[in-house]
Design a protein around this ligand. Sequence first.
Ligand code: CNA
Length: 240
Amino acid sequence: MSNLETLSNWVTESKNIVFFGGAGVSTESGIKDFRSVDGLYNQKFEYPPETIISHSFFLRNQSYFYRFYREKMLPLGHEPNITHKVLAKWEAEGKLSAVVTQNIDGLHQKAGSKRVYELHGSVLRNYCMDCGKFYPAEYVKNADDVPRCTCGGVIKPDVVLYEESLNESVVRKSVEAIANADMLIVAGTSLTVYPAAWLIRYYQGNRLVLINRDATPFDGDADLVLHQSLGEVFSHLSKL
Ligand code: CNA
């Protein structure tokens, strides 16, 4: 039996799937990931991207941060792809209990998913650091330089930067969902960003599936590994 057939059978039999995803889920919607050969980390910038999108750099050099952020990290106008759509359908059918994502693009919700745990926040939410007033992504996108609130405060995206900790409640709900899943699909992630990657350790079942174009450090721990494009795999699964 091929790996794709095994995966199809497992999906058919499972009643409580959890999907854990990363930037690779959205590349087929036209949003670049970080670590693929044509990803953001293989382009040349004045500073390494990890430095620019860190908390201390944000505080030190807001102008530069926002130039990079607007150009490279604020994906607006993209549409969900087949993977986002199939996951939303499984949730509506009662087959999938949660999507845990490292993505910040809001595409799972745009596809119709309701229970989405965003470990790294979302570019769609932005807050004034002084008064807490909310601003949509378009406001940040269209600002000339550093986006400012009507009160004069600096607006910060609700995105977890390097050196910042994850939201405790999101982590708790993610761990609970993963620990109770009968099948965990981990996909489109290099599994190199911590602590997010550790969360898959909470899975206790025997259907840990890893779908990723490149190899990951967790390949040896999975019950099934597919080094394929997600579009290919989920087009197949959409026919179940
Ligand atoms: P990553 O480290 O860039 O890894 C992405 C992985 O996906 C790579 O190993 C690729 O091989 C794989 N991949 C890419 N496209 C496909 C595809 N079509 N089918 C199968 N596999 C594919 O990204 P991670 O998510 O692991 O790293 C975590 C960071 C990236 C998080 O903090 C995110 O916030 C951040 N990020 C998010 C987005 C987004 O929201 N769309 C975009 C870029 C980066």
